[in-house]
Ligand binder design. Structure first.
Ligand SMILES: [Zn+2]
Length: 99
């Protein structure tokens, strides 16, 4: 049975299926890789879950790095480059035919 991989990032705060022993049910992502490092937001306890185990227990995002308050939607950042003065350089180079 394939479990979908949760697109988490470092610093994300997630909710898991079961709360921690301290009663808190929010976990901050502290490590990514083969194992997922989690730190309990309530007491600071650090645990590690195997990637598939984390995916199984994952229930939802509390907050995400980057785009907050937009859970579930695809992340899309607006392109906002620096405002340069209009640089209008004529592109009319002389014909340089070899004759
Ligand atoms: Zn805890």
């Amino acid at each position: 049975m394939a479990v979908p991989i949760v697109p988490i990032r470092l610093g994300d705060v997630v909710r898991l299926k079961k709360p921690h022993a301290c009663g808190e049910n929010r976990w901050e992502i502290t490590k990514l890789g083969m194992d997922i490092g989690l730190a309990c937001v309530g007491c600071g306890r650090k645990v590690r879950l195997e990637r598939y185990e984390f995916d199984r227990r994952f229930r939802g995002f509390i907050s995400r790095q980057g785009d907050e308050g937009n859970a579930g939607a695809g992340h899309r950042s607006p392109v906002d480059g620096p405002a340069d003065p209009a640089d209008q350089s004529s592109d009319g180079a002389g014909a340089d035919a070899d004759g």
